[in-house]
Design a protein around this ligand. Structure first.
Ligand SMILES: Cc1ncc(COP(=O)(O)O)c(C=O)c1O
Length: 356
């Protein structure tokens, strides 16, 4: 039976990406060799790395604007500390917006490096919204925010206009919506949602913000080193990067971010309309901040959970349980999830109303 995969990450990728990456494990580019057994310095893999770096910038509209794309190790979590290591000056300070668990983890790491100002937090309301009224100290070395809060189902719709470098964790909504990406000086995202398998992290950095911290940075944690070595300072995550390239090619063929954004908006509208209409359910995030990637919702009557869960299972819906910090359900509607899967979930929600 066809599965409808709502997993929050690792998550669904386009079917053709699964097929092509599986083929490359058996026989890459008709070479008779697996992508897993060739040198990362071989002509074929260097071409993969180059195309992936170029295509990431192209899709974001950032080519020839002073940015570099890197595919690094360590997940988004390593960026939590690489960012202050590279950008926070000795005796300097950084400004952070606290919108959820991941923002909080980033704040904790920054504190190891120096003064970390939390400009606003929605923690007291269990992160059900994005704070609006805050000001960013103009003498901070950078401002850090999280564009989409995977766990709490909220998304920043408008980013502040500031004159210090803006850093953004886009792990769970990169390549999903049109933004002026040139507003950001550093964007990072673990691959395992909208881009590929776990194991690599995309970092997009404006070169001019680097080399100003006055710190001695170990090579492996130094963005400049990774740029100088064309993202091959050490052996890169070859399979994760190749699969990410296939997803980026898929997105380009579809029409890029503008095209996927329309599909994502249609999916989110379909589900949120049902959450609001159906008296059995309620959303957890404040409406204006609802994420188009992760929709979090609860059953009004907990007693209906076993029936709803079994109906979801019967319909082939997988990965719907919410994160323990919110409870209930979380429908992650990443780029590769088809509208048809959202329709299946909505039909089950309607059927529950009839049966209950
Ligand atoms: C917004 C966000 N940031 C950071 C992380 C942590 O990513 P990683 O597991 O790649 O370190 C996640 C993981 O889900 C996330 O959703």
């Amino acid at each position: 039976m066809k599965k409808h995969n709502y997993s929050a990450g690792p998550c669904i990728l386009p079917q053709e990406v699964f097929e092509k990456s599986a083929q490359a494990v058996l026989n890459f580019n008709d070479s008779g060799l697996s992508i897993l057994e060739i040198s990362h310095r071989s002509k074929d893999f260097v071409a993969v790395m180059e195309e992936a770096r170029t295509l990431a910038l192209e899709l974001l509209g950032l080519e020839e604007k002073g940015y570099q794309a890197l595919f690094l190790h360590g997940g988004a979590s390593l960026e939590f500390l690489m960012i202050p290591y590279n950008l926070m000056k000795i005796n300097g300070k950084a400004a952070y917006l606290d919108t959820g668990t991941w923002a909080n983890s980033a704040i904790k790491e920054a504190k190891h490096f120096g003064e970390t100002v939390v400009v606003a937090s929605s923690k007291n309301e269990n992160y059900n919204h994005i704070p609006k009224a805050y000001s960013v100290p103009q003498n901070a070395d950078y401002f850090h925010c999280t564009s989409n809060n995977t766990i709490f189902g909220t998304q920043i719709k408008e980013f502040p206009d500031i004159s210090i470098p803006m850093v953004c964790d886009m792990s769970s909504d990169i390549f999903s919506r049109s933004l002026d990406f040139s507003k950001f000086d550093l964007i990072y995202a673990g691959a395992q949602k909208n881009m590929g398998p776990a194991g690599t992290t995309l970092v997009i950095v404006k070169e001019e913000i680097l080399g100003k911290s006055g710190r001695t940075i170990p090579n492996m944690l130094d963005y400049k080193q990774h740029i100088d070595k064309e993202s091959m300072y050490n052996t890169p995550a070859v399979f994760a990067i190749y699969t990410s390239l296939l997803t980026l090619q898929w997105l380009k063929k579809l029409g890029g971010i503008a095209a996927i954004e329309k599909i994502n908006q249609a999916k989110a509208a379909l589900l949120y309309t049902e959450i609001d209409r159906n008296p059995l359910f309620r959303g957890t995030a404040v409406t204006e901040f609802r994420s188009n990637m992760n929709a979090t919702f609860l059953l009004n009557e907990e007693a209906l959970a076993p029936l709803f869960d079994s109906m979801c299972k019967e319909a082939g819906i997988s990965g719907l349980p919410g994160h323990r910090s919110v409870g209930g359900y979380r429908a992650s509607m990443y780029n590769a999830l088809p509208l048809e899967s959202v329709q299946v979930l909505v039909d089950v929600m309607r059927e529950l109303e009839v049966r209950s």
